[in-house]
Design a binder for this molecule. Structure first.
Ligand code: ATP
Length: 330
């Protein structure tokens, strides 16, 4: 199968950038963009350091061979940055000028909500843009999945499994802080996977006595010797929480803050496949004449959502997942 799309807008060159926090799988998405361009006889250029590189026209040609082996590489070969200057009128004007100067007929921006806002402004200024959701927090409202989540969850699980081995030997409790950026999707997913006794989430608040102490006491009564408590970053002081658990239960408690380790590593199969599909889909969308859109994964398929609608969509925590996380660790 070797179909070349009609390309009614006569796009000759597509730019791609990664922006905001990095996420495993961004490279696979860049590779998919570069190769889908090549397949359609279009040039592809990579833009370094997100919008910061765009306003400086800091670019690299991306050929099929430039992106060799990129599915397995963590991080982003294009680097990423947060560029405050791009939020100003002057910054936007520079971005638009750079797109024209570079001959960019379509721009693919890979990142989170902030990255979408930048893409929306460019689209409103006449630059064709399509955005791809990539953030380990999986908190993008319009898409059930964002690139990086699965790898981050697996990294957290691997570390917690190791911690569990040693903590179990000493009959200790482990308090582990995971990332989340104000959303509990990663914490619940990881919590279910490791059988956490309690999960402290940003959604709905938590009651120390009911949600942690009682559950540890009940676990002890049921013969448990080791307890994992997952804390979503930013909800509470994780160190202080651990000290309080030790004080009030008498169980020796240790804290681990996973931090940026969750952003690194070779992408999981799910992230490689999702990123490949989304990158391919984004190029095809531009070639079909789409602009100002986000590539979304909903109900097991990819579709486009206008950026302004996408930015208004919320993603509440999955209540069934939350119930499972609560009811199984007894
Ligand atoms: P993450 O979820 O990892 O934080 P993100 O894409 O939301 O990713 P931000 O730092 O919010 O990360 O945004 C990335 C970049 O997008 C910003 O540094 C800025 O260059 C651009 N950007 C964000 N908001 C806007 C805006 N309102 N107007 C123009 N550009 C924006």
């Amino acid at each position: 199968m070797n179909s070349i799309l009609p390309n009614p807008n006569g796009i000759r060159r597509i730019g791609v950038l990664t922006s905001g926090g990095d996420a495993p799988g961004m490279n696979a998405a860049v590779r998919a963009v570069a190769r889908t361009c090549e397949k359609n006889n279009i040039e592809c250029i990579g833009i370094y350091r997100g919008y910061s590189g765009l306003i400086r026209s800091d670019v690299v040609p991306l050929k099929a061979r430039t992106v060799n082996n990129m599915t397995s590489k963590g991080g982003t070969m294009l680097y990423t940055a947060r560029c405050a200057a791009f939020k100003t009128e002057e910054g936007l004007r520079q971005g638009v000028d750079a797109c024209k100067y570079l001959g960019i007929g379509g721009l693919i921006t890979i990142g989170g909500d902030g990255t979408f806002r930048g893409a929306e402004k460019l689209a409103n200024a006449g630059i064709n843009t399509v955005a791809i959701p990539a953030t380990i927090d999986n908190d993008i409202g319009c898409s059930h999945y964002s690139i990086g989540f699965d790898t981050a969850a697996n990294t957290a699980i691997e570390v917690i499994d190791k911690l569990s081995d040693t903590m179990q030997s000493h009959e200790r409790a482990s308090v582990v802080e995971v990332m989340g950026h104000g959303a509990g999707h990663l914490a619940v997913y990881v919590g279910i996977s490791v059988g956490a006794t309690a999960i402290v989430l940003p959604e709905g608040g938590f009651d120390f006595e009911r949600d942690i102490l009682e559950r540890i006491r009940e676990g002890k009564f049921n013969g448990k010797h080791h307890f994992i408590i997952i804390v979503s970053e930013g909800v509470t002081d994780t160190m202080a929480l651990a000290e309080r658990i030790q004080r009030e239960t008498g169980v020796e408690t240790r804290t681990t803050i996973l931090g940026h380790i969750q952003r690194g590593g070779s992408p999981s199969a799910r992230d490689r496949v999702m990123a490949s599909r989304m990158g391919h889909f984004a190029v095809e969308a531009l070639l079909k004449g789409e602009t100002n859109q986000v590539v979304c994964y909903r109900d097991s398929r990819l579709l486009l959502t206008p950026i302004n609608e996408a930015l208004q969509m919320k993603k509440p925590l999955d209540e069934y997942m939350r119930r499972v996380s609560y009811e199984l660790p007894i």
